[in-house]
Design a protein around this ligand. Structure first.
Ligand SMILES: Nc1ncnc2c1ncn2[C@@H]1O[C@H](COP(=O)(O)OP(=O)(O)OP(=O)(O)O)[C@@H](O)[C@H]1O
Length: 368
């Protein structure tokens, strides 16, 4: 068991859910490969990654419906499952919410929410009313699922999952069946409710926006492994590799070869400390960080150590995207195409000469 450093007067925080080195193989392939996570009460962690990277399999092992090949699952400091010992799913006090949640059509809204509850009739009714009030559906307590909209049904499903006060809530793409208009509101309501109930939440999603909106912590998963974990801001601003940048947004990439710890590009030199001579690197930056300047009598802005050297470009195409404009540039230097986004409306004509710079603080240098 992992040791906690104990100090007098300080009780070490015990995670509500901890998974250690979980591995699951199918036909010899590790689809979950040594995954570890710790989630505190009231914390929302998003397991974020592309389709097929092993997110649902991880969730299914925690729920107890899939058995790991190795690794351990702990809840509130107690072992729930390793390869020898196993608490059955129904005794794990874990709530589940999936995309294809199904309410029982023959049960009333109250009957659905009370389904997993124990206790006297009065106690059950009180808990059902408390939760329906929280999801703003108390007026439908005696209604039936078919009388509710998709969003309302989703909120009943949430109330049902939370009714037995699960210590942990596992959610697998729970909002993907809803239309965009409903989704944001339900996400926010769900988050408020989960926080009020002090539940530890593991939410699986392949949508970066959803993870950024919901998560206290993001665990970025790829090919069965967690490649990066941390607060959304840190995961977004300090990506570990090119694919991690590209997972969250469009990315521009310059390829260069390192010489004397420097990579020479059309935007001047980039520092590549510790990278051996002759190594190819990708210099990656997001379109919103490209700085655009107008041509001033054949010149761009002066080079600076923080912004590097400006590069001349011609506008290839500009499109209005709603809250921003996307401009594609054809670079004079080598004909490569770079993308820049600008808030609001910026639609220069095709062929307009402009100068681009990329602030060094916004660029990531990754050996290929
Ligand atoms: N029972 C199984 N037998 C064989 N392969 C499986 C089984 N379950 C999952 N896999 C494979 O394991 C990999 C991970 O699947 P998983 O459902 O965990 O991914 P995911 O990240 O949740 O994807 P999605 O977002 O598409 O649901 C996939 O390649 C899948 O085909």
């Amino acid at each position: 068991m992992q040791s906690e450093i104990e100090q007098p007067g300080i009780t070490p925080a015990v995670p509500r859910l901890e998974i250690r080195n979980l591995v699951r193989r199918f036909q010899g392939r590790a689809v979950v490969d040594n995954v570890s996570l710790r989630i505190m009460p009231g914390q929302v962690t998003c397991l974020l990654g592309p389709s097929g990277c092993g997110k649902s399999t991880t969730l299914r092992m925690i729920a107890g419906v899939e058995m790991q090949d190795s690794g351990e699952i702990w809840v509130d400091g107690k072992l729930v499952c390793d390869t020898v010992f196993r608490v059955p799913p129904e005794r794990r006090e874990i709530g589940l919410m999936f995309q294809d949640f199904a309410l029982f059509p023959h049960l009333s809204v109250a009957g659905n929410v009370a389904f997993g509850l124990r206790g006297s009739k009065e106690e059950k009714r009180a808990r059902v009313a408390e939760l329906l009030d929280k999801v703003d559906l108390l007026q439908f307590i005696d209604g039936y699922p078919h009388q509710l909209s998709g969003g309302e049904q989703q909120r009943v499903a949430l109330a049902r999952a939370l009714a037995p006060r699960p210590r942990i809530m596992l959610m697998d793409e729970p909002f993907s069946g809803l239309d965009n208009r409903l989704r944001d509101g339900i996400r926010d309501e769900t988050l408020t409710l989960l926080k009020e109930e002090d539940t530890a939440v593991l939410l699986v999603t392949h949508e970066p926006d959803e993870a950024m909106r919901m998560a206290d912590e993001i665990a970025l998963m790829r090919d069965g492994r967690i490649v990066q974990q941390g607060a959304p801001y840190n995961v977004y601003t300090r990506p570990v590799d090119r694919a991690s940048v590209a997972f969250f947004s469009d990315a521009n990439v310059l390829r260069a070869t390192v010489s004397g710890a420097l990579a020479q590009t059309l935007f001047g030199q980039f520092l590549a400390p510790g990278v051996p001579d002759g190594t190819d690197v990708d210099i990656v930056f997001r379109p919103q960080h490209v700085r655009i300047d107008f041509d001033r009598a054949g010149n761009g802005p002066r080079p600076t150590p923080t912004d590097g050297v400006p590069a001349r470009a011609l506008v290839k195409r500009a499109r209005f995207m709603g809250h921003e404009s996307l401009v594609e540039f054809c670079m004079d230097f080598d004909g490569s195409v770079l993308k820049a986004t600008v808030p609001n409306v910026f639609l220069p004509a095709e062929g307009t000469v402009m100068w681009l710079t990329v602030p060094r603080s916004r660029c990531f240098v990754f050996p290929t």
